[in-house]
Design a protein around this ligand. Structure first.
Ligand SMILES: Cc1cc2nc3c(=O)[nH]c(=O)nc-3n(C[C@H](O)[C@H](O)[C@H](O)COP(=O)(O)OP(=O)(O)OC[C@H]3O[C@@H](n4cnc5c(N)ncnc54)[C@H](O)[C@@H]3O)c2cc1C
Length: 495
């Protein structure tokens, strides 16, 4: 039985592990923390629980796939339900109740004139075609070498994606009202890139929300991490928690021999790094810098990194009946807000997102109380690493005041009984994300598709990668896909 070692029990590592264990490999995951999930994490405190990372479930069929593909019914592991309308979005002076029902969408767009609904349908026709193209030719395909991309068919399909414009420009071509433009463009922040300079192909994200809907996992996202770990272990795999890997040990500059963990050495026939790719190249790969090939220190530091988040997890000793599961409040000047994030300025008037799972599920808080999650997109540590204790305190206060006022949550600040804060520094220390990004490498045009780090290392014959910073990218369903692609690369080499 071939031995595979995986570094990290994030969603990417767990997915790879499930597929490989099922295929007959002997798989062990080494995880630095004491529980699975990586950024799909949980805090429990005084009867409250908080999902700390992902909260919005898109593409539920992808969540089901690792269970289906290993011969079990996902419903025996976790429960999902559709949420519709799925999100309140507040722009300056307007409130939208976003829905994935075409009748509701028509009502919202036609309120601004039927030309806007026509614009929406044109956007949809264009982006759905691109989605099919991306799905069939790029997302579910692993790139190993130049021949996988530089061939006539793939280049032709890449041309057809016509992705050179920015997301915002592409939206504005068909939709003219600023509120509606904002409504259709903030979603690129889900993968940590600005709609004002990110490639237009990421306009796929609002389409997926509106066409396939948004779902909720009963008990919260962490239930999914637990379900994956359970499936892997019942297939016979092992997870070693509190086992931070120190080095990917390389033999003769060509082959990975195994992992160094503290004073110990664990040999392996293949290693899959789910730990953030740029961190793994910089801090784990046991090769002198000049032998790391394309991803030496200079290149890793020059790459573009996605934004991060300032997070508040608040236990509130009352309820707010009108606060839905997902609410987004957009900055008055959204473009300025995103520009500040990109250039490392802490936003004075930030956009923010609030998650209120207590509105659907009473397992999150003691009876009559509320578990609140507040996310403010901020710069990564490369752009701004000034997170002193005082700064954190001041910014928390400012954000709480803003949430209270903008969402009309009466006396919110006086009802906080539990408070936890994550800054970009937390993402760096807790998950080893380089520069504390929440979403890994930024998905610019030159860091997407073939140009994103591959699932198989180009020089070392038995080293593989799964996770947000490698192909196809960030976000839970896409990372699940990355995990599956990495597993297939291992199978291709060893079966
Ligand atoms: C605040 C926030 C909100 C988000 N919201 C959403 C959302 O609503 N919907 C969505 O789809 N996506 C969302 N995402 C993105 C999504 O959570 C991530 O893309 C995904 O979880 C990343 O998974 P991963 O496996 O690539 O990496 P990670 O989750 O970072 O896993 C990597 C694992 O490797 C471990 N590790 C690192 N170094 C070592 C080492 N040396 N030795 C051993 N173990 C190591 C880490 O501890 C971690 O467990 C959000 C992310 C954040 C941070």
């Amino acid at each position: 039985m071939k031995k595979v070692s995986i570094i990290g029990a994030g969603v990417g590592g767990l997915t790879t592990a499930i597929y490989l264990q099922k295929a007959g490999f002997d798989v062990t995951i080494y995880e630095k923390n004491d529980h699975p999930g990586g950024k799909m994490d949980l805090i429990e405190d005084s009867g409250f629980k908080f999902d700390t990372g992902p909260t919005i479930v898109m593409m539920p069929d992808v969540y089901e796939q690792p269970f289906k593909d290993t011969g079990v019914d996902y419903r025996d592991y976790f429960t999902m339900e559709r949420v519709n309308p799925f999100m309140d979005v507040l722009t300056e002076g307007n409130k939208f109740e976003l829905s994935s029902d075409l009748v509701d969408i028509a009502r919202d767009f036609e309120a601004y004139g039927d030309g806007e609904m026509l614009g929406f349908l044109k956007y949809l026709t264009d982006i759905y075609g691109k989605y099919i193209n991306a799905k069939n030719n790029f997302i579910y395909k692993s790139f190993r070498g130049p021949g996988d991309f530089y061939n006539l068919k793939t280049l032709w399909q890449a041309m057809r994606l016509r992705t050179f414009s920015t997301s915002f420009k592409a939206i504005s071509k068909n939709i003219k009202n600023t509120n509606l433009q904002y409504l259709m463009s903030f979603q690129t922040l889900y993968i940590g890139i600005s709609p004002f300079n990110g490639p237009s192909i990421y306009n796929i994200i609002p389409m997926i929300e509106l066409i396939y809907g948004i779902w909720f996992i009963k008990g919260g996202m962490y239930e999914y991490a637990k379900a994956m770990a359970k499936r892997f272990e019942e297939l016979g795999g092992q997870i070693r928690y509190e086992s931070p890997v120190d080095e990917i040990v390389v033999k003769n500059d060509k082959t990975v021999a195994g992992l160094r963990i503290g004073q110990g050495f664990e040999s392996a026939d293949a290693v899959v790094a789910n730990a953030d790719f740029p961190y793994a190249m910089e801090s784990l790969l046991g090769l002198p810098d000049q032998k790391k090939g394309k991803y030496g220190k200079a290149k890793v530091e020059k790459m573009d990194y996605a934004m991060s988040c300032f997070m508040l997890y608040l236990g509130i000793d009352r309820q707010y009946a009108d606060l839905k599961l997902h609410t987004i409040k957009m900055a008055k000047d959204f473009e300025q807000n995103v520009h500040e994030i990109d250039t490392g300025t802490l936003p004075e008037d930030p956009s923010f997102y609030v998650y209120n799972p207590s509105s659907l599920d009473n397992s999150f808080a003691p009876s009559g109380q509320t578990s609140l999650y507040v996310l403010v997109p901020v710069a990564n540590l490369k752009e701004n690493d000034n997170w002193s204790d005082q700064m954190i305190e001041d910014y928390s206060e400012k954000v709480i005041e803003k949430v209270e006022k903008d969402l009309a949550l009466t006396d919110l600040s006086q009802h906080i009984v539990v408070k936890h804060v994550f800054t970009p520094k937390t993402f760096a220390s807790r998950y080893n994300s380089l520069y504390g990004t929440a979403f890994g490498l930024k998905p610019t045009l030159m860091q997407s598709n073939y140009f994103r780090p591959h699932n198989k290392d180009s020089r070392l014959k038995n080293l593989y990668f799964a996770g947000a910073s490698v192909h196809p990218g960030a976000g839970v369903p896409i990372v699940i896909t990355s995990g599956e692609l990495a597993a297939k690369e291992v199978m291709r080499d060893f079966k």
